[in-house]
Design a protein around this ligand. Structure first.
Ligand SMILES: Cc1cc2nc3c(=O)[nH]c(=O)nc-3n(C[C@H](O)[C@H](O)[C@H](O)COP(=O)(O)O)c2cc1C
Length: 440
């Protein structure tokens, strides 16, 4: 989750994302122009785990549209293209522990191997990160070392943007505008969405209350894909704050469905965002909501086996994929869901819907682990017990989607997957970008 104040630049980003729904696709956001490439081509390259850098790159492409930039993810860039380019803007996020976003893992090493001569290249590098991580903007920094080692020159000092700070983003837009002779885009208004339903989905649970909320847009229903994110702007103590939630529904449903846990501190006070959404916001009230593409968590292949792993409100990101798979029947491949919660009596969330997806013909195996059962079990125990089928799925081109808490789940799950798959298969999964994570 991220906190932002909703200033004009956030709306610019939102606009870029909205533009994204119509025009951006995962592999090539703007198709290369036909015919031989002109030497003065401007490249805008991005690496993004959860969509911020991708959205920012889209906004910059819009801002610099007079220069007909070529916008594409870093993993789609060939060393030859880079060697030919005169100018490039890199928008680079860091994930994991100072690592490259999933879609681009291995891309830098591939470029390095080609040993390109980049003495003709001038670049601007915007590194996105979070200072609370030890290796702040680690991947952006490593990419810049590579560019410099091969002779490229910077147009601006590297910008390091902490938690998508709106003021820093506005400054960068201004600086790039000066370098490229382009005015910043005018701010856009966010769209407002109305709360139409709120349901407590785990009454009686020993864990925090989970709610499913449905919102409808006041304007036209925009498009999005399974795995994408909704960013809500909510009132906070020191001004508006933004909260990101995985979308559980698809636009075809007619609403954006979110699943969230009501957070409470030791004194029983509810968290700012979750308290507002689960207690204060009334049915019929509206909130500003922006959709954000989450390219690293989208599905590329509906026919390939899908392994969904998560816990708690992480059901949202997993459910969106299952709903998309059911919509793709009869062409949808097999799915396995490994899900952890607390109580077997109160925490079988979405059991009816999952059963109805199975009844409709979706090949879905459901395995649940409960930590407050007579024999406590965790999601990693399920993975351990089903290691053989996981290996088969991954060998067969399967993709793994992991959604839920970072603390207490993601680390253990990744370690267990690695052990269960074996080093070779694990490395293959990683280099082929078939491990998708949306952890928070
Ligand atoms: C799981 C996770 C790991 C992260 N690891 C780092 C890190 O090691 N260094 C860093 O500077 N930022 C890290 N970040 C922060 C992101 O770089 C930052 O939120 C960025 O704006 C995300 O951009 P994106 O949405 O394009 O992926 C991490 C964020 C997440 C969610």
């Amino acid at each position: 989750m991220m906190m932002l104040s909703p200033d004009p630049w956030s709306w610019l980003m939102a606009g870029a994302t909205a533009f994204g729904w119509a025009g951006l696709s995962w592999h090539c956001l703007r198709p290369p122009r036909a015919g031989p490439r002109h030497e003065a081509d401007l490249l805008i390259l991005w690496a993004s785990q959860s969509g911020t850098a991708a959205g920012l790159a889209g906004a910059l492409a819009e801002q610099l549209s007079a220069l007909s930039p070529r916008l594409l993810p870093l993993d789609q860039l060939s060393a030859t293209d880079l060697q030919r380019a005169r100018r490039a803007v890199f928008v680079i996020a860091t994930t994991g522990a100072g690592e490259a976003p999933d879609h681009t893992s291995g891309a830098l090493e591939r470029l390095q191997k080609a040993v390109p001569d980049l003495t003709q290249l001038s670049y601007a590098l915007l590194a996105l990160g979070d200072r609370r991580y030890a290796d702040f903007c680690g991947f952006g920094r490593r990419l810049e070392v590579f560019l410099r080692n091969h002779g490229a020159r910077d147009l601006l000092p590297r910008a390091e943007i902490d938690r998508a700070c709106p003021a820093a983003l506005a400054r960068i837009s201004r600086d790039l505008g000066k370098v490229f002779g382009a005015a910043p885009l005018p701010p856009q208004q966010p769209s407002r969405w109305r709360l139409i339903a709120r349901r407590h989905i785990n009454p009686g649970s020993p864990g925090g209350a989970l709610y499913a909320l449905r919102f409808q847009p006041e304007a036209m229903m925009p498009d999005w894909q399974a795995g994408d994110i909704a960013r809500l702007t909510l009132p906070g103590e020191a001004g508006p704050v933004a909260r990101d939630y995985s979308l559980a529904s698809l636009p075809e449903a007619g609403w954006a469905e979110l699943i969230l846990r009501q957070v409470r501190d030791a004194q029983g006070r509810t968290g700012q965002g979750s308290g507002y959404l689960t207690r204060q916001l009334a049915i019929g009230d509206t909130v500003p909501l922006q959709l954000r593409a989450n390219p690293g968590f989208r599905a590329r292949d509906h026919a390939a086996p899908m392994i969904l792993i998560g816990n708690g409100s992480g059901m949202a990101g997993l459910l969106s994929h299952l709903r998309a798979r059911a919509a793709a029947l009869p062409a949808a491949g097999t799915c396995r869901l490994f899900f952890g919660e607390r109580s077997p009596a109160h925490d079988r969330i979405f059991a009816d819907e999952l059963a109805s997806l199975q009844a409709c013909g979706l090949s879905l195996q459901i395995e649940r682990a409960f930590s407050r059962a007579e024999t406590p079990r965790y999601v990693q125990d399920l993975l351990h017990n089903h290691a053989a089928s996981l290996r088969e799925d991954v060998k067969g081109g399967g993709h793994i989607f992991l959604c839920g808490r970072r603390e207490g789940m993601a680390g253990a799950v990744l370690a267990c997957l690695r052990a269960g798959l074996g080093e070779d298969l694990w490395q293959k999964l990683r280099t082929e970008n078939r491990l998708h994570q949306d952890v928070y």
